[in-house]
Design a protein around this ligand. Structure first.
Ligand code: AMP
Length: 284
């Protein structure tokens, strides 16, 4: 695996594939890699003969400086894991390389308020920062495919809107959420959980499954209330548990309002913020 640190080295490395119309698949990450990330690398390899990953802990998407400071950084292990999994290139830029003109310029997009709900509500500015960095990374890498995880439901939904509105031809591919054996969604943040909270965090997936089981028999507000209680009773603190329409991201009140229904949750386990989601009903 070749490590690239500058924009010009990425462009130089990828030019030869572009000239031969060889497709390039790109997996952006913030590092502290786990098998969930690797599942995206594998998806990339199924689609393209060239796979490039990036590790960049983007400061502009952290509304909470403590969260940015505490974000796990395990570069040596990450490089070994990617290399073992035959990733071709790893881009590890500095902040200056990504934002040579400073971090102020944001994209002007019509997100129809989809960036204000859920994660956007509890992490003001998060999605502006996320879209800013994804746009910049796409500008540098210009991949054929961009591979992102279903785990960050709102994130990939907004990236899809950005690709459409900015007329970017990169195709967005979504990889399903990889879970630990007990159902907890794999996340870089899980390694910060105490063993007690790690066990208790399994309630998040149990609550999502409870929602799926009861979606046609109970009212949505009732399910949301019960799920929040289930999670909080384990000593976690639910920030939101919303059952939404997966296309518009609008919260639902009735089961038959949407053919693509997704439950999204964020909860604090101690000082670790965990998010997850589950499709409850789909016409896809
Ligand atoms: P992150 O490093 O957390 O920014 O994540 C980088 C990419 O990996 C994002 O597209 C995430 O949605 C995806 N991802 C994170 N966790 C998982 C998981 N458990 N399974 C599949 N993809 C994941």
């Amino acid at each position: 695996m070749k490590i690239l640190k500058t924009v010009s080295s990425v462009q130089k490395a990828l030019q030869k594939y572009r000239e031969k119309s060889i497709s390039i698949a790109f997996v952006p990450t913030m590092g502290a890699l786990h098998e969930g990330h690797i599942s995206l690398i594998k998806k990339a390899q199924e689609l393209s003969s060239i796979t490039i990953a990036s590790i960049f802990v983007n400061p502009t998407q952290f509304n909470n400086p403590e969260d940015l400071k505490k974000y796990p950084r395990t570069l040596v292990e990450d490089e070994a894991l990617l290399s073992k999994n035959q990733c071709d290139y790893l881009f590890i830029p500095s902040v200056e390389e990504i934002y040579p003109n400073g971090t102020d310029n944001h994209l002007t997009l019509d997100l129809e308020g989809k960036d204000q709900e859920m994660e956007g509500h509890f992490r003001p500015g998060h999605f502006q920062g996320m879209l800013q960095v994804v746009y910049r990374l796409l500008e540098i890498v210009q991949p054929t495919y961009l591979i992102m995880g279903e785990k960050d439901f709102q994130q990939f939904s907004l990236v899809r809107i950005m690709l459409e509105q900015m007329n970017i031809s990169t195709k967005l591919i979504i990889g399903s959420t990889l879970r630990e054996k007990d159902g907890l969604a794999m996340s870089s943040r899980n390694r910060r959980l105490t063993s007690e909270l790690r066990k208790k965090s399994t309630i998040i997936y149990k609550a999502l499954q409870y929602a799926r089981k009861n979606i046609s028999s109970k009212s949505i507000p009732e399910i949301e209330k019960e799920c929040i209680l289930m999670i909080d009773n384990q000593g976690l603190r639910t920030e939101y548990f919303n059952i939404i329409d997966g296309y518009s991201l609008i919260p639902l009140t009735q089961f038959n309002q949407s053919k693509y229904t997704v439950a999204c949750v964020a909860a604090w386990a101690g000082d670790v913020r965990l998010i997850d989601n589950l499709c409850l009903r789909s016409d896809k």
